[in-house]
Every structure is written in C-alpha cells, then in structure tokens.
Write a protein that binds this ligand. Sequence first.
Ligand SMILES: Nc1ncnc2c1ncn2[C@@H]1O[C@H](COP(=O)(O)OP(=O)(O)O)[C@@H](O)[C@H]1O
Ligand SMILES: [Mg+2]
Length: 246
Amino acid sequence: MDRGSELDFWAFGFFSYPVFLLEMSFNNNVVSINAVKKSFDDVSVLRGIDLQIKSGERVALMGPSGSGKSTLLNCICGIETVDEGEIRMDGEELGSLSVRNLERIRRVKIGYIFQSFHLLPTLNAFENVEFSAQLAGISKKDRKERTNELLELVRMNHRANHLPDSLSGGERQRVAIARALIHNPKLVLADEPTGSLDTETGSQVLDLLESLSDEFNVALLLVTHDKTSTRICNRVIMMNDGLLIF
Ligand SMILES: Nc1ncnc2c1ncn2[C@@H]1O[C@H](COP(=O)(O)OP(=O)(O)O)[C@@H](O)[C@H]1O
Ligand SMILES: [Mg+2]
C-alpha cells in the first residue's frame, strides 16, 4: 500500500466509524452541565453554569456562602429542576425524565454526603447503610454482605450496632461515606463533608474519600470552604454569585 492509499484507508476507517461509538469512547463524562440557569422567585441563583466531570475525577467547588453551590448540587441530583439549560447524568438528560426515573437516578447513580451526616437516628450504623442499599434495589441477601464490606472499608464494622447518637462526628461521617458508596454510584456529591469535624478527623475523612473514589472509580464533587481539603481533588473551581470561575 503506498502512502496515499494508506492515508485513504485510515481516513475511510475513521469516517466510517459510527458516530455514537466515537462519542462513547471519547466522552466519559459522568455529569455534563450545559448553560444551566435557576432562579428562586425573582432571584437568579445559577446564572449560566457549564461543567463536565469525568468518571473517577475529583472536583472541588469553593465559593462564598450564598453563591449557589448547594443549589447546583441539588440540581445535579434532580431535587431541584433547572429553568434553562440541561444536565446530563451518565448520558440521561434530567429534564426529560419522569419523577420516578429521577428518583431512580438519585438512588442508583448518586451518593450524597452532608456536613451534618443526615443519618437516621433510630437506625444503627449497619441499618443506616443497609437502608441505602435497599433503596438502590440491591437484593436482601447481597445487601447484608455489601453493608459489611463497606463498613469494613470505612473501618466501622466494630461499631455496626451503635446508634448515630453514640458515635463521634468522624465515625458518623464514615458511616455516611459507607452509605453513599454502598450502591457503587458513578458520582458522589459531598456538601462540606468536613465542616462539622476537627482538622485531624476531617483530614482522615478526606483520605478515606480519596482512596474509595480511586478504588471504585467514583467521581466526586466536593463543596468546601477549606482550601486544604482541595488536596484530594484533580481540579478546583470557584463559584461566585451564580457563575463558575475556572
Ligand atoms: N429553596 C430555596 N428557595 C428560595 N431561595 C433559595 C432556596 N435555596 C437556596 N436559595 C437561595 O439561593 C442562594 C444560594 O443558596 P445556596 O445554593 O444554598 O448557596 P451556598 O450553598 O453556596 O451557600 C441563597 O441566596 C439562598 O437564599
Ligand atoms: Mg451550601
């Protein structure tokens, strides 16, 4: 084959490759946010947000209180609807989904970690994690095994029978991390997860998030006020007055 026909051959191969396969191989975005706007009453809270997060990528989101960080997280997990623009979660456009399908995405593809843990107070550590597995549709037999596995990974198996009230802040957040990861989500949204913890405990929680995100290839969107928390992230984005600054 001479040089010219070799090039023709490659060009033909490239252009005949189905477009959707190309998209699949080049586009491994877990979440893709395009021109999103959101207002509450007449207050514009998100004023045109574009953001892509790839599989396994960890992104820190910083910015002053009231700048719209939590609203963005709520839009990504479908708790809030957007007024304009679109959010694709693992390829599915949230605005086109029924309430039922939005709930499925939230339970199956996303894990959420909050500053104040949000564990159910009447369930012990094991039950809190197992309940999340149940919501995600994991079978009864598998979820016991998976709950034990996750509690072991966050080193909380020895405290499995304890109610949240009798656990320290760091221990509660470790249970919350196990809960967020039990169903092998594609994306974990963490809204100031170390905000209620002392520096040392917060640092351990971040190490844990980093190692589990690596181990399971889970993307992480980490909202934080604390610059040192961004050490576990691949990139840092600032939010100011409803806009992202890269
Ligand atoms: N459900 C809501 N109804 C009305 N206003 C809201 C609601 N949620 C958030 N806001 C307003 O949107 C702005 C951004 O809030 P938020 O997203 O919580 O910011 P951040 O997480 O960056 O502190 C604030 O002015 C807040 O009062
Ligand atoms: Mg917030």
